[in-house]
Design a protein around this ligand. Structure first.
Ligand code: OMP
Length: 274
């Protein structure tokens, strides 16, 4: 089953646009996990088991695993294998924001789609359409392209004017009109800039999925985000939250607390979808 169908099915089944970021940080993990041979796996497994019926996807960010070398990459492999086996209906998006010449992108794609077996990835568009074709050729996989990011300095390049348009608007238009021949592209737009999100939705039309990080720990407003980014059926967005849910409690009850926070987040999101 291709990524978009898998995502759509789960959005409907769970009535959810929530994507939980699996970004384990050793300094924030409950001390009860400190004796474990793979604390990241145990933490992620508990979070996934507690929230599987509340999400439309999980998004592990590769940095949190790569930072710990081979053991970290093994933890990432362990949790992606676990989700694919125990919850095959849940899409996994590897957040790694790669981008290089095509010959090198082939290898990044092999790592993500074949070694880890994830359903979708995030990439950066700086090297252009020809270079990212390596990813787009995996027609069953989702490819989320950075468009207008959530960080404070996002505008330094992304808001530059090119032929009367902002660079992020050019990215949105090119992806929609030229990159999406197989229908497997999505865009990343931060929840911290709802005006830009509304412009991107306007450019991409109704069908394209937009991955929206920046609610929760980064302070993005859920009402403004949903109103700006939803499509005509109240969907077409994956609203990502990591720290706010993962670390809702620092204690042994962390998974229950994460479930509670995730449930409130889904309810809050759904208030503004219709
Ligand atoms: P929290 O701020 O903890 O909810 O995590 C946000 C996650 O989304 C992190 O993994 C970020 O790397 C990622 N992210 C952004 O925060 N801003 C962006 O513009 C893009 C991403 C992303 O591509 O997911």
């Amino acid at each position: 089953m291709d990524f978009n169908t898998k995502l759509q099915n789960l959005m409907q089944a769970n009535n959810s646009l929530l994507c939980i970021g699996l970004d384990p940080d050793p300094e924030k993990l409950p001390t009860t996990l400190s004796g474990s041979p793979d604390p990241f796996f145990d933490f992620n497994q508990a979070i996934v088991d507690a929230t599987a019926d509340l999400v439309c996807a999980y998004k592990p960010n590769s940095a949190f695993y790569e930072a710990h070398g081979a053991a970290g990459v093994q933890s990432l492999k362990n949790i992606t294998d676990y989700i694919r086996t125990k919850y095959p209906e849940i899409p996994i998006i590897l957040d790694f924001k790669r981008g290089d010449i095509g010959n090198t992108n082939n290898k990044y794609a092999q790592y993500a789609f074949e070694y880890l077996g994830v359903d979708a990835i995030t990439i950066q568009p700086y090297q252009g359409h020809e270079a990212v074709q390596s990813y787009l050729d995996y027609k069953d996989k989702g490819v989320f392209i950075l468009c207008r990011t959530s960080n404070d300095g996002a505008g330094e390049f992304q808001d530059l004017e090119v032929d009367g348009k902002k660079l992020y608007e050019v990215v949105a238009a090119n992806v929609t009109n030229h990159w999406n021949a197989s229908g497997n592209c999505g865009l990343v737009v931060g929840a911290t800039s709802p005006d830009e999100l509304a412009k991107v939705r306007n450019i991409v039309g109704d069908v394209m999925n937009i991955l929206v990080p920046g609610i929760g720990a980064q302070g993005g407003d859920i009402e403004a985000t949903i109103k700006a980014g939803k499509n005509s059926t109240g969907g077409g967005m994956l609203i990502n939250s990591a720290r706010d849910i993962l670390y809702a409690s620092p204690a042994e009850d962390f998974a229950d607390a994460a479930r509670h926070r995730a449930k409130l987040t889904v309810e809050d999101i759904n208030k503004y979808r219709s």
